[in-house]
Design a protein around this ligand. Structure first.
Ligand code: ADP
Ligand code: MG
Length: 636
């Protein structure tokens, strides 16, 4: 490429650019954080590539970022001595969005400026945030190792297209020049720029340099002014935050660091920072966010952990550092023992990494335990009291995956779970709370699974439990049934679904009730036989139950069977579901059931009974039209 070329942005970029400039208006200054962070990434990349190709330094090992401005030209420049961009890389990396999930991200935007700004923040708009303050951006760059005449200039006004041309550039690395908009001229100030660097980029381990200012007295009594000198001074702390002693780091600095690595606008809920010494030596800095990212459910999605080895950046998204059920955690691990050239594959097998992962897991769980404790601690601040509820509503369902994934920590995870129940509208009931208020003679922890809390609360299967004043936990997350399958008991008490197997309330049922039920079953036998015959394609069995009080019938599955709820979820997900037929249980004292015997409409009534039980439980009759016809025939 020697001539100037005009290329179009990928459609999504154009759309994103429009959003960026319109939504991030109230948070303009983040552009500097993003550009400095790119410069720092570029230096990290060079340092890493130069591990086995030292010639990439071209004899100039100094890695740094320079921020400068030109008042007359109204420009602000962020320059680095990092890896740089080749011509093709400039086209690819600055003209398209390579990140997966962009489309999904776009769909989530609501048009509400505040909410969107938050989403954009999470997503990390990066380079394009320059257009919040600039109406034109010029990037000049040369990739380390390429000849001087293979530099590139990239220019765009942030609308539909950009220009690229080949240039000669002696120095490696990238300089990004922002041509400031009229309403952004206040960034042409050392003081202002320094204060932003201080706020967002202090932790960056690279020196960020600016021209030193000097006070020059005015002539003959006129006012003086600040003038820039030729000397460059370092304006950030330039040590990796995590390598500094805890006592020297303020909460504000921890929070800013979190925002820088997570692209989150909000403060984290909690963090932990430790130097771990033992069989393997490392520093860990882990954060629990306050809000779930939009792609939390994507299990393939990379984890939010950065790996460093002796301060050298190795990789982002190091998923081996945490189990998948803790993928919401963000942070940094700096290992003293791993080799610098460690690959993802190697990470999976490394014994050091295994120790780090276990150490991280323990730390995260104890952070969560502390948050949970604060929720009921009288002396905790109102803010701290609310944190666990926030965590649970954002990430509880992910944490539950740990029941199946992390056998060794199952007990600890089980203690962290919270549920809504027949006695609590909010998901605040722990299994320990439940146990503490179990009735005399109660032998199990009862729960019901459903799509929503309302559906759970109205399950016919709950009727007898309500009548007896027994608490039932509501399981309304998709993962619940799978997760609970890995938790047969808690602290010695079995967990029991109210929709599985026969109800056996054991000691809680009095003799008279049991006897009445047995008698009803006996006299009802002939009707049951007819019901079974009529419904033989739909129900695996029909029996009389004591679990119903107001409803005529309900569906249950056999002990150890897959619930109807889970069968539906599996089918929706396109997976093979075991097609096991449910058991229809009928309430022998219900008028509708009593009407069955000798009714000329027996066949229709039987099917209505079954289909209604299915509806009550969140399912759909196999043949909805036939159901409607049958009901209408009876109504008429
Ligand atoms: P991200 O940093 O999350 O990858 P950005 O939008 O901030 O996304 O940057 C997009 C890409 O542009 C980067 O991944 C990188 O390849 C390239 N880039 C941006 N700034 C620089 C720079 N200063 N030096 C080298 N490459 C850069
Ligand atoms: Mg970036």
């Amino acid at each position: 490429m020697s001539q100037k070329q005009t290329l179009s942005f990928q459609a999504e970029v154009a759309q994103l650019l429009h959003l960026v400039t319109h939504s991030l208006y109230s948070n303009k200054e983040i552009f500097l954080r993003e550009l400095v962070s790119n410069a720092s990434d570029a230096c990290d990349k060079l340092r890493f590539e130069a591990l086995d190709k030292p010639e990439l330094y071209e004899g100039q090992p100094e890695l740094e970022v320079r921020v400068s401005f030109d008042k007359d030209a109204r420009t602000l420049t962020i320059a680095d001595t990092g890896i740089g961009l080749s011509q093709q890389e400039a086209i690819d990396n600055l003209g398209t969005i390579a990140k997966s999930g962009t489309r999904e991200f776009m769909h989530r935007l609501s048009g509400d400026q505040k909410a969107d700004a938050q989403l954009i923040g999470q997503f990390g708009v990066g380079f394009y945030s320059g257009f919040i303050v600039a109406d034109r951006i010029t990037v000049e760059s040369r990739r380390a190792g390429l000849p001087a005449d293979e530099g590139v200039r990239w220019v765009s006004g942030g609308a539909g297209d950009f220009e690229v041309e080949q240039i000669t550039r002696a120095e490696r690395g990238t300089s990004v020049t922002l041509h400031l908009r009229d309403d952004a001229l206040d960034y042409l100030s050392s003081w202002k720029l320094k204060s932003i660097v201080n706020k967002y980029s202090n932790h960056i381990s690279l020196p960020i340099r600016m021209r030193k200012e000097e006070w020059k007295e005015g002539e003959e009594g006129k006012g003086g002014e600040h003038v820039l000198t030729e000397e460059w001074e370092t304006v950030n702390q330039a040590t990796a935050l995590w390598s500094r002693p805890k006592k020297d780091i303020t909460p504000e600095q921890y929070k800013e660091f979190y925002k820088a690595i997570s692209h989150d606008f909000e403060d984290p809920l909690a963090w932990t920072h430790n130097r771990v010494e033992g069989s393997t030596e490392y520093t860990q800095l882990l954060y629990i966010p306050a809000r779930a990212p939009f792609d939390l459910w994507n299990r393939e999605k990379a984890a939010g952990m950065k790996l460093y080895v002796k301060r050298v950046f190795i990789m982002d998204e190091a998923e081996a550092l945490l189990p998948s059920y803790l993928r919401f955690v963000k942070g940094v691990i700096d290992s003293a023992d791993l080799p610098l050239n460690v690959s993802r594959e190697l990470l999976q097998e490394s014994r050091d990494v295994k120790a780090i992962r276990e150490g991280n897991t323990r730390r995260v769980l104890s952070m969560l335990e502390d948050l949970a404790k604060a929720a009921t601690d009288e002396s905790a601040s109102e803010e701290d009291k609310g944190k666990y509820a926030t965590f649970w509503s954002e990430f509880g369902a992910v944490l539950k995956e740990g029941l199946g994934e992390d056998f060794g920590n199952r007990e600890r995870i089980a203690k962290l779970m919270r549920f809504a129940s027949t006695t609590s509208d909010t998901p605040t009931v722990s299994l320990a709370d439940y146990k503490a208020r179990m009735k005399e003679g109660q032998e199990a922890i009862y729960y019901v699974t459903a799509d929503t809390q309302a559906a759970a609360a109205n399950s016919p299967q709950l009727e007898i439990f309500r009548k007896k004043g027994l608490e039932v936990l509501f399981m309304t997350d998709r993962v619940d049934e799978w997760a609970l399958g890995h938790l047969p008991e808690f602290d010695g008490t079995p967990l029991q679904s109210v929709a599985k197997g026969q109800v056996d309330l054991g000691a809680l049922q009095d003799e008279a009730e049991k006897k009445a039920a047995e008698e009803a079953a006996e006299t009802f036998k002939p009707v049951l036989a007819k019901l079974k015959e009529a419904l033989k394609d739909k129900a695996s069995d029909v029996r009389v139950t004591t679990r119903l009080v107001d409803s005529p019938a309900c569906l249950v599955v056999t002990e150890g069977g897959v619930s109807l709820q889970l069968q539906r979820l599996l089918k929706q997900a396109g997976q093979k579901a075991p097609d096991s037929k449910p058991v229809l249980e009928v309430n022998a004292s219900h008028p509708l059931v009593q009407k069955l015997d000798g009714s000329p409409n027996f066949h229709d009534l039987a099917h209505i009974l079954f289909d209604q039980a299915l509806l009550a439980e969140g399912g759909l009759p196999e043949d909805p039209a036939a159901y409607v016809k049958r009901v209408n025939a009876l109504l008429a």
